[in-house]
Write a protein that binds this ligand. Sequence first.
Ligand SMILES: [Zn+2]
Length: 349
Amino acid sequence: MNGLTQNGATTRREFLKRTALIWSALATATGVGSSDWERIFAAEFSDGPEPTADEIAAAIRVLSETSGPKWSDERLKAALTIQRSVDRLEAKDFNDYFNGSAENAARWIAERGVLRFLDAGFDKILREVPTTEVAEGTVVFWQIYNMGYVVKTPTQTFAVDVRHRRAPELEPLVDFTLITHNHGDHFTRSFIQAMEAAGKPVVSNFLDNRWKTGPDGGEYAFGDVKIRVNLVDHNAKLRRFVSTYEIDCGAATGNRVVYHVGDACNFAQLTPEKPVDVFIPHLAVGLDVPKCVNETLKPKLTLLSHILELAHDIDKWRWSYKYGLGICAKCASDTVLLPVWGEKIVVGG
Ligand SMILES: [Zn+2]
């Protein structure tokens, strides 16, 4: 199950060439042309083999020990090491890893660095969520995968859009969970079942349970956390398909507001009632993220999400670190983070 077919390799090279062209245009348009970015180009075109176990272990160590809007050379290189493995894992292989037995998953994890990173990030979350003490005035986030986060306040722990093959292991750690919409990359069926079996709230606009959001949106309260839900468009066909969650994290956090908008595509539909502390958008669903960051919402912090969607083909909708960093640069702001799997982000305090 190793390696790409000749066709796969050709497709990938063409894809990289194409994205490089888009990237140069973006860099020119935004004035981003630092030597960091040029190095990214050079490395991504090196078209190297699957990273060695040592290379992956070093990359995981760097990525798990660093965080924030600034990417050091070391962190960029670590991301590129992971990216090399990402660019060799076909969607059908990811699906085989995700949906198969535990033994099958272990084989994939041993063989592919990107899956080792995904697994290590999840282990980090399982270790850190219960042991992290959240100070007054603070909210802590962990990036799981895609748009999935665990969020911990001084009083509550919850998760949004959890997609991970080991997702049920999160159930004992969270009080409730939110799902933005009915697309498979935003939830995990076994996690929903575990939450429901434990009698914990699962909020969505499509599951038939007592927390289902109706067509006019809704409001929820879990402990001191208050949530306002609006329905917005995913694209021209899927109208009012995505729930946006405006989450007031409660007095213990200084009423910090988290605004997770799932795969919302239209900035004009993003109308939170309160100023946004932490904005969580999809980086490439048509939403004008720089406009939201620079002009409309002006959040204190943005967690740019939905990179490395491994269930998408290598050359289609699998947005790279490089693509994400390009959007960050367009925002002309050091308040935009591109979190990696397992990354812990402390807001406030
Ligand atoms: Zn999605």
